[in-house]
Design a protein. Sequence first.
Lengths: 426, 183
Amino acid sequence: MVKRSLIVLMWLFAHLVQAELLIEVTQGKQSAIPVAVVPFSWNGSSALPEDISAIVTNDLASSGYFRTLGTASMITQPHQLNDVIYADWSRLKQDFVVIGTVELQADGYAVQFHVMDVHQQVEILRHRVKGKASQLRDLAHYISDFIFKKLTGVPGVFSTKLIYVTTNRERSRFNLNYADADGAREQLIYSSKHPIISPAWSPDAKKVAYVSFENGRSEIFFQELATGKRERVVAFDGSNSAPAFSPDGTRLAFVLSKLGNPDVYVMDLASRKIERMTNHYAIDTEPQWDVDGRHIFFTSSRAGGPQVYKLDTANKQVERVTFEGSYNARARITADGRKLVYVHKANDRFHIASQDVKSGLVHILTSETELDESPSVAPNGSMVIYAASEADRSILAAVSVDGDVKFRLPSKYGDVREPAWSPIFQ
Amino acid sequence: MQTTALYKTLGLAFGAMLISACASKGDVNDGAGSTVAPTATEQQAEDTNAVESTGVNGEALEAEANEAQAALREQTVFYFDFDQSTLKSEGKAALMAHAAFLAANPAASVVLEGHADERGTVEYNLALGERRSMTVRRFLMANGANGSQLKVVSFGEERPVMMGHDEGSYSKNRRVEVKYQSR
């Protein structure tokens, strides 16, 4: 009992002083690449506000694509190219080594880093980035993105952001939060006594759309991230929900339910004109644009239970897309248009599944978590973040689209729900 | 539908009682439900008494019926099965009573608040909650309420009444709440 209280206390303390969300990698790739990120040198007199190389290490490890080496295991900790002894790193079974220096200059901080291929014994990447003190985390994520792209061929998403909703146990407070993709630097962007659901990013990542119940029913709002300016955009009689921006950002798909019949509509954002896209007595909801900007995936109960369908906005033809199981809903498409990710019920459990668009092959990605919902795909198509139930709480978890990599983002505050992964910031 | 039949039966029985009270003398006590066995003298001793007693009993019945209606209206939460929006039979008598009240009180209005359990997706559950509210709305309208008295809103899975992750909680969260705005 005492031990347990102590653990709870430690847990509370840890969560009070640390970031709101903390990444815990629960499963990495079998083929994770071994990489050593040597602590960067620093010429300043006082400690840096952020430990850049530690953030890079954490980024690479949390992606699941890399297995990072603890600093205690390093035989040497070089900062300059000439000091790298390849034989040491080879003995430690490392494939790559990252070294770097941080310098304080007149106009801010400059970070120079190098990536070495241990087997080829060559430098494969050298780069210098600059930023202000407040941007040290951004610099670190930028470096991580650079290294990730070089070593995997896939753009990194460490500089991207998340928005998500947190609620207290009593459901009397709903917060819309904005944070780094690793959960750090959480900021509250909107708070309400009334539910907030379905946040969605505009493709330019400058604003978010979401559904708020502040006026007693569901209505769609836009909020500019830089200014915090809010606008009520869709508030027709009935229920307004499920906003989704078209890939070019000029149109908004959403659901309007006049007297209990939810159908998919599209609004032209310049003229604010709306067009009805589906007209069926069943539930039609959760629209999501295909990458072509012409088709819309949506969930419909027209065959009884919820299934995913694809609508051609040009001629309003609808075809069914999911066939396995009695419950498939809330589809999201990867940026390359090749995988559809959705909520799938199997054996009375809700999990995240991916479906190959071409072959129709379905792969259930999650198994450890319960009541999985609200999948959102990273802009590089590598990971899916989703909400799940764990030990009586709702947490965020992530899984790679191939199911190999898994991590969780537990929060210190109540339930975390409805994550939306940002586009890559230009 | 069952309940409609029940009401009709009740109405018929009540009417029949009044008729029998006026028309006859022998079996009035049946209508009153008295347990006192009638004696010959009492039977002969007049219709007046009998009519009076039936009249009194009739009022009592009406009051009882009103009470029964009010008691039925105390049920304001109606439950649904998973992924279903069809009304269960056990809630119908109470909804009939709400409909009758709304029909008799045109100034009264209600909000029908639809909810879903946490399983499945957020937006689908929002639609499901609305479907459930609409089912209740249609039932109330079919039984005399006016559409303008009935406002429909769904909160999907956002406002559970029980926080557990089991059927015990889920079955209580899949619901429509009838909330009077004015009576």
